[in-house]
Design a protein around this ligand. Structure first.
Ligand code: ATP
Length: 405
């Protein structure tokens, strides 16, 4: 498979326009562990002040990529440049980077303030400056009042803020975040996602985040690289990777896949037509796929309209028929799975606007019609990778010691 084409070409991989020299450049970087290729010829430009996320399932190579930028792993081939400088010869503690780990890795016997001051003390920064910088960072992360507490007197979310302050106080050019919210419960994680984005805007430096959580990536990032099996499947803004996925892997990893197989019958200028395997020929958005290619047509669950088969079809909208397999109340919405001909399952998300509307929704076994606006159908290429795996914890204590050395 031509992975290069799936990345969308050089324009998508480059740092955003107007950002000048990239903050981080990965120039055909590979990493091999014995026979295993963890990262394969990865090329990526991350812009200054960008919040960039490496997103993918466990084992896709995202942590290895981050560790090569941090200096905890050496690339087998290729170059890592930070602000235009090849950092190959630099150990982690001489790189203009700092890493925040999932495990916080705070010193339990030191107070919050002393934890944050730790790196500056080792660098023999004058005491007064240390006090000012520590106070400013604790203020930034909302912990000014907790300076004298010990880490075990703080919640998980507060401890991660201390870890963040401890990294930011060193004024790194690039902050690396290795699953920073992975150990927190859902509510705390959502709160900290918004907070992290605010802090990143406030400090204005480059953040490179690693996560397997698609919602986290969509919430915080300026751009996302979706990775699988050591390569990037797609690089783009959250809107692009969600609304215009390029491959079945990206469509499935970011959101619900809703894939209808077919063949492209016409393509050009971003628009085209697809003949679905059900025989229906419909208009669709086509990015890099050419006429005659097999593909999958994607429509996101919230863009599908569902109605009972007996009702008059929506004028001018393409539609397919199927049978409701399940209907689940999710609070804000109802999720309905519809089985189409050819054993294709489609998920529909209907907002629970009112009880009366919800009562009218078709239940299990009902014959239904799904329709959509042509601009909401996108064609994607088949991808070799499968998007369903979980990530594991990453302790980070050794690396922290190395970074602070
Ligand atoms: P996770 O979310 O689980 O951390 P990941 O996407 O970050 O996954 P990596 O940790 O980068 O994936 O690992 C990529 C591949 O390289 C995996 O198959 C992993 O087992 C392997 N790998 C990583 N580090 C080493 C190592 N030090 N020695 C051998 N294999 C390794």
């Amino acid at each position: 498979m031509d992975r290069g084409g799936e990345n969308g070409g050089p324009a998508d991989l480059a740092a955003p326009a107007g950002s000048g020299e990239p903050s981080v450049r990965l120039d055909r970087v590979s990493k091999q562990f014995g026979d295993l290729v963890a990262v394969r010829e990865l090329g990526l430009d991350i812009g200054r002040g960008e919040f960039f996320t490496l997103l993918g399932p466990s084992g896709c190579g995202k942590t290895t990529t981050l560790r090569m930028v941090a200096g905890f792993e050496r690339p087998t081939a290729g170059r890592v440049l930070i602000d235009g400088q090849d950092v190959a010869g630099l150990p982690s503690y001489q790189r203009p980077t700092n890493t925040v780990f999932q495990s916080y890795a705070l010193f339990p016997h030191l107070s919050v303030g002393e934890n944050v001051a730790f790196g500056l003390r080792r660098k023999k920064v004058p005491k007064r400056e240390i006090n000012d910088r520590v106070a400013a960072e604790l203020e930034r992360v909302g912990l000014a009042a907790e300076s004298n507490r010990r880490p075990n007197q703080l919640s998980g979310g507060q401890q991660q803020r201390v870890a963040l302050a401890r990294a930011l106080v060193n004024l790194p050019k690039v902050l690396l975040l290795d699953e920073p919210l992975g150990a927190l419960d859902l509510k705390l994680r959502k709160g900290l996602q918004v907070e992290l984005k605010r802090i990143q805007r406030d400090v204005g430096i480059t953040f490179v985040d690693v996560t397997h959580d698609q919602e986290e990536a969509l919430t915080m990032s300026d751009r996302i690289a979706v990775m699988s099996s050591g390569v990037t499947e797609q690089v783009g803004t959250p809107e692009t990777v969600y609304e215009r996925p390029r491959t079945t892997f990206v469509a499935g990893f970011i959101g619900v896949s809703n894939l209808m197989p077919g063949v492209v019958t016409q393509a050009g200028g971003g628009r085209g037509t697809v003949r679905l395997d059900t025989g229906l020929e419909v208009e669709a958005q086509v990015d890099s796929i050419t006429a005659g290619e097999r593909c999958h047509a994607v429509v996101r669950p919230e863009k599908l309209e569902i109605q009972h088969s007996g009702e008059p079809p929506r004028a001018g909208l393409p539609s397919v028929e199927g049978v409701v397999e399940s209907s689940v109340y999710l609070g804000t919405a109802t999720q309905i799975v519809v089985r189409l001909a050819g054993d294709v399952a489609m998920t529909v998300l209907v907002p629970n606007a009112s009880e009366a509307e919800r009562a009218r929704l078709p239940g299990g076994g009902a014959s239904v019609r799904l329709s959509w606006a042509p601009e909401h159908m996108h064609l994607v290429r088949e991808s070799a990778a499968s998007p369903d795996t979980d990530a594991e914890a990453e302790p980070g204590a050794n690396e922290l010691a190395e970074q602070a050395a």
